[in-house]
Ligand binder design. Structure first.
Ligand SMILES: *Cc1c(COP(=O)(O)O)cnc(C)c1O
Length: 225
């Protein structure tokens, strides 16, 4: 089990690296959010992260996120929970009820389900569109070529303001190429924020414009199976 001082030290190291990398790149460090990816981490580690002061967490499954955070939220009303994994339309209402940010909007059917869930609940999580920057057939996300039309239609049909774009680069390619592409797409389509970079490549992502980095193992240590 990881003790609290270890977690606090690791978190501080990450925050220091984020700050230094941002400054080197001529960016304002306060413009970059550290998202601690808590999927498949133990209850003890979640509590240690909270004790260390971490408040922004990423999860990739709705059900696991509910069991991790629903009760902890009562004691920590300042939590910010981000969905970073694929969302099925039949879970849209649960996702809208729990998450503050949904980063994986990638199809019209899901946009429609989210609009309905938001109208019914009165909750309006901030939205990111996931882009399949590598055009990988098995991967979720809108193809780069389809992004302008998709953004135009969800903006007009559902009245969504899209806060950011998100990507998960192909494992076998240099991540920087994909981060640069995502940044270019965001500029061209007037999308202000960029969720990109994980434990192995978050510094590259910051140099290329990331406004949030999703760090799992680098924050918590190895995941449970
Ligand atoms: C698991 C996950 C991460 C964190 O990955 P690490 O390599 O542990 O930092 C980031 N983004 C997404 C979408 C994930 O599923």
């Amino acid at each position: 089990m990881t003790s609290q001082p270890d977690m606090a030290d690791r978190r501080q190291d990450l925050l220091d690296t984020i700050r230094d990398t941002a400054r080197d790149a001529g960016r304002d460090p306060s413009d970059i959010t550290l998202v601690a990816v808590s999927k498949r981490q133990s209850e003890a580690r979640l509590d240690a992260a909270l004790a260390a002061g971490q408040r922004v967490f990423g999860e990739n499954r709705v059900q696991e996120a509910q069991s991790h955070w629903e009760s902890r939220r009562a004691d920590h009303p300042d939590l910010e929970l981000r969905l970073i994994g694929p969302l099925q339309t039949n879970k849209a209402a649960d996702a809208v009820a729990l998450f503050d940010v949904i980063e994986t909007l990638d199809r019209d059917k899901l946009a429609r389900a989210l609009r309905k869930a938001m109208d019914e609940s009165g909750r309006t999580p901030r939205l990111y569109v996931q882009v399949n920057t590598g055009d990988e057939p098995q991967k979720a996300g809108i193809a780069p070529a389809d992004l302008p039309d998709f953004l135009a239609s969800i903006r007009s049909d559902y009245g969504f303001e899209i806060e950011g774009l998100m990507c998960i680069p192909p494992v076998e390619e240099p991540a920087g190429l994909h981060f640069a592409l995502l940044a270019k797409l965001a500029r061209e389509n007037d999308v202000p924020r960029l969720s990109m970079g994980m434990s192995a490549d978050f510094e590259t992502a910051i140099r290329l414009g990331a406004t949030s980095v999703r760090v799992g193992t680098g924050f918590f240590g190895p995941r449970e199976d």
